[in-house]
Design a protein around this ligand. Structure first.
Ligand SMILES: [Zn+2]
Length: 94
């Protein structure tokens, strides 16, 4: 795919587990798609992904499965077309 940062072909999507919050508020979200570009070295989430993560966090009680800590799976395939917008920085709001 085309990198949103440098515009070159070759960016790849990786799926990782990310954590938000800490302690009792710790939430893990699995399979979060992260775009990785070998050309410019950037790793970023798309605006769509960030939006979805916010939604998961809002509805964490519905998404989370009972484990020692809360874990939610990133929901794939429920999206309409969205503008491609790069978000360069990972920011954890914990
Ligand atoms: Zn790039």
């Amino acid at each position: 795919m085309i990198c949103d940062i440098c515009g070159q072909e070759g960016a790849r999507t990786r799926h990782i587990t990310r954590s938000y919050g800490k302690g009792d508020n710790l939430l893990l979200i699995e399979n979060v798609p992260v775009i990785n570009c070998p050309h410019c070295g950037e790793s970023y989430l798309t605006a769509e992904t960030l939006h979805e993560i916010e939604r998961i966090k809002l509805h964490r009680r519905n998404f989370a499965t009972k484990r020692a800590i809360s874990v939610a799976g990133y929901m794939l395939g429920h999206h309409s077309q969205s503008k491609k917008q790069a978000n360069k920085s990972f920011h954890s709001d914990g």
